[in-house]
Ligand binder design. Structure first.
Ligand code: KIV
Length: 271
């Protein structure tokens, strides 16, 4: 995999043009350190409200605040120079089109994010229209919506019964309506692979899958899942590219051992 040398920041128009041309890559990041590592390789970095779980240790994303999202988005923007940065609007910050606009304007004014992400289908069409009308680039998020976890009593895979199901019709309607409202791409989470494939064919904007099979326009993963740091649970769709937690455990044990045994620092590491 080659490093992308261009320092020019990727735009939402470029993301749109990748549909049917090349797969789009997206990963989450919550700080400058990791954003800087991911930035040369991925098309988009998502400052997801998943940070409330993997970074902050909460059970779900619901208590993430807009202040928290802005703080982490600023950090990610400090680390990333070329990938397109997307800030998730957290639960409660998008109740009405007006409040969504107010939240998104704060994100644009206080950070260098190029887009916001908003969970929802038909119910957020007016929100999206208002944001786009006011110059804000929007990523949609349909299928399994983590902000509904308490309402739905868990993380439920959608349209399991396939393309003949009513749930598929609802998903398609959601996708087409938010596309018409102006999103430049859509995160599709927790949907059976056949349904995601059909939906991807029927929608003009890129579909970025998570737990939605391979026949989509791109993939997104939460970085702490992808690199084996999040140990609470491992969803079926996650591939661990690194045994992050075990490597860190080995490293911290070695450090503690060296300090206890007076092996750190050595002469070269001392003034
Ligand atoms: O918050 C997040 O990280 C997300 C991804 C799961 C897409 O929304």
């Amino acid at each position: 995999m080659s490093i992308q040398n261009s320092l020019k920041q990727i735009t939402s128009t470029q993301i749109l043009k990748k549909k049917n041309q090349e797969k789009i890559t997206m990963i989450t990041a919550y700080d400058a350190l990791f954003a800087k590592i991911f930035d040369p390789y991925v098309d988009m970095i998502l400052v997801g409200d998943s940070l409330n779980m993997s970074f902050f240790g909460e059970q779900d994303t619901l208590s993430a605040s807009l202040d928290q999202m802005i703080y982490h988005t600023k950090a990610v923007c400090n680390g990333a120079k070329r990938s397109l940065i997307v800030c998730d609007l957290p639960f409660g910050s998008t109740k009405t089109p007006k409040s969504a606009l107010k939240s998104a304007i704060r994100v644009y004014k206080e950070t260098k994010a190029q887009a916001i992400k908003l969970e929802g289908g038909i119910e957020v069409v007016e929100h999206i229209k208002l944001l786009v009308k006011n110059g804000i680039a929007v990523v949609g998020h349909i299928g399994l919506k983590p902000q509904l976890v308490r309402l739905e009593g868990g993380y439920k895979i959608k349209a399991k019964e396939g393309v003949e199901s009513k749930e598929f019709q609802k998903l398609l309607e959601d996708a087409l309506k938010i596309e018409e409202a102006g999103v430049f791409c859509i995160v599709l989470e927790g949907v059976s692979a056949s349904v995601a494939s059909e939906l991807t064919k029927r929608v003009k904007v890129p579909i970025i899958g998570i737990g939605s099979g391979v026949d989509v326009d791109g993939q997104v993963l939460v970085w702490s899942d992808a690199f084996g740091f999040f140990q609470e649970f491992k969803p079926k769709f996650v591939r661990e590219y690194l045994k992050g937690a075990s490597l860190m455990q080995e490293a911290i044990q070695k450090y503690v051992e060296d300090v206890k045994e007076g092996k750190f620092p050595n002469e070269e590491e001392s003034y």
